[in-house]
Ligand binder design. Structure first.
Ligand code: ADP
Length: 982
């Protein structure tokens, strides 16, 4: 078959693989190659990379452009895809015959060299963007604005490099030469990795191979799939959303390869990289992927030795160990030349990487009180671990640590090079995961359709562990007899049912209605183990402990407990729950179903932080008893686990599960426990409400939620009882509810909306700096009618989310303000705002800063603006509206009798735009502030503004810092008009 036909026939599949993970990186890499091979010319490239278009549009455009270029171009496109796509995505695709080498003469200009070497340059420059920009800036090839354009935080480092290259090309030959010279210099000063190998002895090489093969074997498959399927990590791994916040608070998305890269570095002197995320967000899996790729030499290629550790397993190490013993005993032992290998490690810290998974589960909280720097002296494990993290021991070795964010205290933060936030799956990630999980496309489609039909479930799937359960239990899900799952308790009950069903002796594995009662004995035993473990920070259990509780081999064979997957050689088997959240679920089942347990257990579970623990685990597990080790940070983790448990307890005691629990627990006991939960939740909320300070005169009564506020809301949601939500909210009387930096994702949005919709009085809901996303926005809709303002800055929201939000917003009389600074909005969202402004004549404030809106978008918005007679604040900071956009806005706003504040900072507005705005000034009777900093307005434009200001008395300030004016001009012009600020 000709390559022409191959492209046509496989169009759908090619589209799917290039868009599959939702990341533009595969397409960008293919484009790099096609530019380098001269298959595409620059104009083609521009016609494909249209900023505001969706990824699928761009891929289709690429396929069309190449198709039109004929057979050779098609075969090179297939070759490029073959080169770029990972093996697992290539299955089933046909790439045709290998095409001839693309051997071209070296280009004769620097600009052409940039194109020809583009794929290599993207790789090389990724870790050097700052350096390259610095050189381009100091040599005058770039302005600060050029640098800002390159470094927009919405771009990944690779995308930033591509923008840098595009900008250099645009600037011309001198800029291209400067960049190439800079690269040449950095090449010659960088150590050559070949040198490292020349000095490596055979023993070190042998040890590396041994370590690589053990790490590969250990990380090859996912433990959650251990007993129930045969997925390798390659088959199922799906990229999660990784973010880093730099020193100035800007967020950048990262790829896996950037976790230990320079982007987002906060402390150059530290060597510890933290990956933080909630339980189940995929931290361990990410680390496992990193291990596997290192072992295959596909990532971290400058790391010669990688030593993986699990903190929960280190808890069980009670011996004092030296560093050497820690490395060799817990990872793998060199067959020959142990001293030599160890010496090599000591001499080359820059070639070594340690990973510590689940620092939050390490029993002792981090402290830097005891210093230890001798690699051969034996010390307790916590001393060894903490000194490694601080860099007192083995300075220069990179460490990657994972933890839940709340468990990282200030003392550890001090030693972090940077913190990467893992935020679970994106909507595209969920799609990709489900398709990987179900090899049958029809089944995958059905599961995805059912998720689309139940957005509550879809929102849960943003957390990978829930996504795994939902996908795994698809049959129960699709054929659900007990209604569609709504809460995480519903989802975990599904998994329970699923595991019992697998082992069921009933015909066709169907479970009867009383399935829980049938397995009550196993559930209670597992529950006891789980609860005692949580109270003692114990997540790994010996066979002896299982025996003590009476767990039999048959109980274990159900699959909830798995063998610890460990590199170290130990003679006894150890077990852990499939996931920490499952341990919490069993603990909750025990609290609810065990009739012997003391009466106060529920009250203690719902105690405020740090008070829960005493007494919860009266009979600690054998190896867990260690009263000397307690630290605030480790107790935070226990609290977090008990909070998850409390959430499950709330869910299990909800009326919805009454029938299931009927024969497992006397009704009177169940009802008493449910009452206790309701009382505890109400008390917890009261505590929050009491903490609301009296409003300062002239300010709104506002509540800044404490972290446990969201937890209490989630517990109320689990109960699925609207009267509880209603009673609780009746007592909350605030005008502004601030939930910034609270890790609010789609799941939390569902719970928030469920409860907040019962607020008596309208509220401003501030959710800035969370991960609400489009799905979260949809979840918030039920409470939109009670929100007069919605603040969603920095929340990964795109045009689609806005469409749904505004559709509802238009019908909500009280909804008057929205702030969307720093999201993923493009011109496609402005038509919705135009409708909103047209139809809502009481809307007051629209802030759209730092998105990707151009003049086209503004022209669409102008339609609505010209009809609106209520808007007072309009913000466009950091978009690209240019002169055309400024003109359209000025024209649309000229009849406004309400506008007070307008910001067009950093929008590429020149003098033409300024003159248009001058007309607005001359007509407006209400405008008070106009912000035009960081544009390219020159003298001519400012003179227009001055003329207009002569006729205007309402304007108080016009900000013009950072425009195209000399200091002398600024001085002269400000003398002419004192309201101008330069
Ligand atoms: P955490 O360490 O944050 O608690 P895990 O890494 O243990 O979370 O993830 C829990 C489960 O979720 C995994 O066992 C796996 O089934 C699923 N999972 C997590 N991350 C991914 C991923 N990136 N790709 C595929 N599945 C994942």
């Amino acid at each position: 078959m000709s390559t022409h036909q191959l492209i046509l026939k496989q169009r759908k599949e090619l589209l799917a693989v290039l868009c599959g993970g939702g990341s533009a990186e595969p397409l960008d890499c293919v484009l790099d190659l096609l530019l380098a091979w001269e298959v595409l010319i620059w104009e083609d490239y521009l016609s494909i990379q249209v900023a505001e278009k969706a990824l699928s549009y761009k891929v289709r455009q690429l396929l069309d452009v190449v198709y039109d270029k004929g057979e050779d171009a098609c075969s090179l496109l297939l070759a490029a895809m073959n080169q770029v796509l990972p093996e697992e995505q290539k299955a089933g695709l046909c790439f045709g015959k290998e095409c001839a080498e693309v051997g071209k003469n070296r280009p004769d200009t620097a600009t052409l060299t940039l194109l020809a070497d583009r794929p290599v340059l993207v790789r090389k420059l990724r870790d050097n963007i700052d350096g390259a920009l610095n050189v381009l800036l100091t040599t005058g090839c770039f302005t600060i604005k050029d640098c800002d354009v390159v470094q927009l935080p919405v771009y990944t480092p690779s995308q930033q490099v591509r923008r840098l290259l595009d900008q250099v090309r645009f600037k011309g030959e001198t800029a291209a030469k400067t960049l190439l010279q800079y690269l040449e210099q950095t090449e010659t000063t960088r150590p050559n990795p070949e040198d490292k190998e020349n000095h490596l002895s055979a023993n070190c090489m042998r040890y590396q191979k041994k370590l690589q093969s053990s790490v590969a074997a250990q990380s090859h498959s996912l433990s959650t799939y251990g007993g129930t399927g045969h997925f390798s990590l390659d088959d199922i791994y799906t990229d999660g959303l990784l973010e880093v916040i730099d020193g100035s608070g800007e967020t950048t998305m990262l790829g896996l390869e950037d976790v230990v890269g320079p982007v987002g570095t906060l402390n150059e002197d530290a060597d510890t990289f933290l990956v933080s995320g909630e339980a189940g967000s995929g931290k361990s899996t990410l680390l496992q992927r990193l291990h596997l790729l290192w072992a295959r030499e596909a990532l971290l290629t400058n790391t010669f030795l990688l030593f993986p550790f699990s903190c929960r397993k280190l808890n069980a190490e009670h011996r004092e160990l030296s560093l050497k013993e820690l490395l060799f005993l817990h990872c793998c032992w060199p067959d020959r030349g142990q001293d030599e290998v160890f010496q090599f490690i000591l001499d080359h810290p820059n070639l070594v990487l340690f990973t510590f998974d689940g620092l939050d589960e390490f029993k002792q909280g981090f402290t830097d009180e005891e210093r230890h720097c001798c690699p051969t002296k034996q010390v307790p494990i916590p001393v060894l671990l903490f000194n490694l993290l601080q860099g007192t021991l083995m300075k220069g070795v990179m460490k990657v640590v994972t933890s839940r964010p709340q468990a990282v205290g200030p003392s550890l933060k001090h030693y972090l090079r940077k913190e990467v936030l893992l935020k679970g799956f994106s909507p595209g990630g969920i799609d990709c995961f489900v398709k990987k999980h179900h090899s049958d496309p029809a089944m995958a489609r059905r599961v995805l359709e059912s998720l689309q039909a139940n957005t509550v479930l879809l929102s849960l799937c943003h957390i990978p562990v829930f996504c795994w359960i939902v996908t795994k239990c698809h049959q129960e899900l699709l054929g659900g007899q007990d209604g569609i799952p709504q809460t995480i308790t519903d989802v975990y009950l599904l998994v329970l049912q699923y595991f019992f069903q697998r082992k069921s002796s009933q015909p066709q594995g169907v479970l009867g209605k009383a399935w829980l009662e049938e397995h009550l004995d196993t559930v209670l035993k597992l529950g006891q183990l789980a609860l005692e473990g949580l109270g003692a920070s114990c997540y790994v259990f010996s066979g002896y402990e299982l025996q003590r509780i009476g767990l039999t081999e048959q109980d274990v064979s159900m699959g909830f407990l798995i063998y610890c997957n460990d590199l170290s050689v130990t003679d006894c088997k150890r077990y852990e729950f499939l996931h920490i959240t499952l341990q919490c679920f069993f603990a909750a089942l025990y609290v609810v179903l065990n009739s012997k347990k003391n009466r106060s257990v529920i009250y203690r579970l719902f105690q405020p932080q740090y008070k829960q623990l005493s007494g919860l685990s009266q009979r600690c597990l054998g190896h867990c008893i260690d009263s000397s080790v307690e630290g605030v940070e480790s107790r935070v983790t226990e609290t977090l686990n008990l909070q998850i448990t409390a959430q499950f307890v709330s869910g299990l005691l909800s009326q919805r599960h009454h029938n299931l629990l009927l024969d497992c627990c006397p009704t009177a006991v169940r009802e008493r426990k449910a009452k206790q939960v309701v009382k505890s939740l109400s008390k917890g909320m009261q505590r929050h409400f009491k903490s609301i300070p009296r409003p300062v005169e002239g300010e709104k009564k506002s509540m800044h939620a404490m972290p446990s506020f969201v937890w209490l809301i989630k517990c109320i949601y689990e109960m699925q009882d609207s009267s509880i939500a209603q009673d609780t909210m009746a007592k909350l009387d605030v005008e502004h509810l601030k939930l910034t930096y609270c890790n609010i994702g789609p799941v939390e949005c569902t719970a928030l909306a469920y409860v907040l919709k019962y607020l008596r009085n309208p509220v401003g809901l501030q959710l800035d700096n969370n991960s609400v996303g489009d799905v979260g926005v949809e979840q918030l809709l039920p409470c939109l009618h009670i929100c007069h303002s919605l603040y969603l800055r920095n929340n990964n929201i795109s045009d689609e989310g806005i469409r749904k939000l505004l559709e509802k917003g238009m019908t909500c009389e009280r909804f008057q303000k929205i702030a969307l600074f720093n999201n993923n909005l493009t011109d496609a969202c402005t038509q919705h705002f135009a409708w909103l402004l047209k139809s809502k004549q009481n809307f007051l404030s629209l802030r759209l800063g730092n998105n990707n809106i151009t003049s086209q978008g503004v022209e669409q918005l102008a339609e609505g603006l010209s009809y609106n007679q209520s808007l007072q604040f309009l913000g466009f900071w950091g978009n690209k509206i240019g002169d055309r956009g400024a003109e359209a806005l000025a024209d649309a706003l000229k009849n406004s009798t309400t506008l007070i504040w307008l910001s067009l900072v950093d929008n590429g507005v020149g003098s033409a735009g300024a003159c248009a705005l001058a007309k607005l000034i001359s007509q407006s009777k209400t405008l008070e502030e106009l912000w035009l900093n960081k544009n390219s307005i020159s003298r001519e434009g400012v003179e227009c503004l001055i003329e207009a200001l002569k006729m205007n008395s309402s304007v108080k300030e016009v900000w013009l810092r950072g425009n195209n004016l000399s200091p002398e001009e600024e001085e002269e012009l400000s003398k002419q008009e004192s309201r101008l600020t330069f």
